[in-house]
Design a binder for this molecule. Structure first.
Ligand code: SAH
Length: 345
């Protein structure tokens, strides 16, 4: 039975399921069954475009650690490390400055865990943050992790706000409004929005940000959360699916396309600060990488491999130009109360 057949049977038996349940189950199946990254997969991420991305993140972490007094014992924690490419490049750069942390990966996918073992053999894997050690500061990285977590959507109907569900039209999965009134969940600014308006929230991203904030304030350390998203709350569905690098209907291929949603960066800083962490700022990826020395790193790599310089320059452009990944992707920095302000914010 294909994943779509399973969803069809489930909905035919029990009725429509929430968009949140649909996205969570679809992505769990999707990530566990394959390596989605790279040209043969469905999408590509910054660390897979160029080693410079991970190297500059490693330098940022090493700089924070150095200015925090070089604590002898420290943990590198990466959420959703994909193939392990970012960790390999970041840890390699950090090592040159004397930073050699214990390595922890929070990863749900067994298919990706096998690839991570090849690139970063000594990483300890965790199903969630609860088992990350609490005995030393944490250096935390998450790139394109929060966008894969399930969002909840509500939709305005002529008779009020309802949870957005996934139901059946014949054999086709379709979004539809649920039965239960959801008016109490609507921010005041949207109370009178016209029928058809969709609002979304990501409870899992909020819960994880709160836990990261709590850990940082108790244990010390710093975090970089990188993702595509918006700086202000806005209406409209951002649920999207990518298959073989092309956008497809998010309800057409459950379990076989990458489902993501824009991260709402406007709500995350105060969630982390409420737990005692410090928000360093949220900046565009292009500005962040430029401030960390992307141009100098590009030149150094080109000098070392002149035959590859066109490809190296093209990768730097893709990571940083506003019309490429530079403006859509944001970098949010967090740290423990006593830690120094981070470079690039
Ligand atoms: N950070 C990597 C991969 C991004 S893809 C990169 O930049 O290339 C999303 C990653 O998050 C994958 O490793 C996926 O398996 C993992 N992931 C998605 N949902 C998860 C969840 N609920 N718990 C743990 N890991 C998850």
């Amino acid at each position: 039975m294909t994943p779509k057949d399973r969803f069809t049977r489930l909905i035919a038996t029990t009725g429509p399921i929430s968009v949140a349940q649909y996205m969570a189950e679809s992505n769990a199946r999707y990530y566990d069954s394959r390596d989605p990254l790279g040209s043969a997969g469905d999408f590509i991420t910054a660390p897979e475009i160029s080693q410079m991305f991970g190297e500059l993140i490693g330098l940022w972490l090493a700089d924070m650690w150095d200015r925090a007094g070089r604590p002898a014992h420290v943990h590198y924690v990466e959420l959703g490390p994909g193939r392990g490419t970012l960790a390999r490049d970041a840890l390699g750069a950090a090592r040159r400055f004397g930073l050699t942390p214990d390595v922890h990966f929070v990863e749900a996918s067994s298919a990706l865990a096998a690839l991570q073992r090849e690139l970063v053999p000594d990483a300890t894997r965790h199903a969630d943050l609860s088992t990350i050690p609490d005995d030393a500061p944490l250096l935390i990285v998450a790139n394109e992790f929060l966008d894969a977590l399930a969002i909840r959507q509500i939709v305005r109907t002529p008779s009020g706000w309802r949870e957005r569900m996934v139901g059946l039209d014949g054999d086709t999965l379709v979004p539809m409004a649920g039965d239960r009134p959801m008016d109490a969940a609507v921010p005041a600014a949207f109370a009178d929005a016209p029928p058809g308006t969709i609002l979304e929230a990501c409870p899992a991203a909020a819960a994880i940000t709160a836990e990261l904030g709590r850990r940082l304030s108790v244990q010390g350390g710093a975090a970089l959360i990188i993702d595509y998203g918006r700086a202000q709350m806005a209406s409209g569905s951002t649920l999207q699916a990518l298959r073989a690098h092309n956008p497809v209907d998010p309800f057409a291929h459950p379990g076989e396309a990458d489902l993501t949603a824009h991260v709402d960066f406007s709500v995350l800083p105060e969630i982390a600060e409420a737990q005692g962490a410090r928000w360093l700022g949220t900046v565009e990826q292009g500005a962040f990488l430029t401030a960390l020395g992307l141009a100098a790193r590009t030149q150094a790599l080109c000098r070392a491999a002149p035959a590859k310089s066109a490809a190296i320059k093209a990768a730097a452009h893709r990571l940083s130009a506003p019309e490429e990944m530079g403006a859509l992707f944001k970098v949010m920095g967090l740290c423990a109360p006593g830690w120094p302000p981070g470079a690039g914010f």
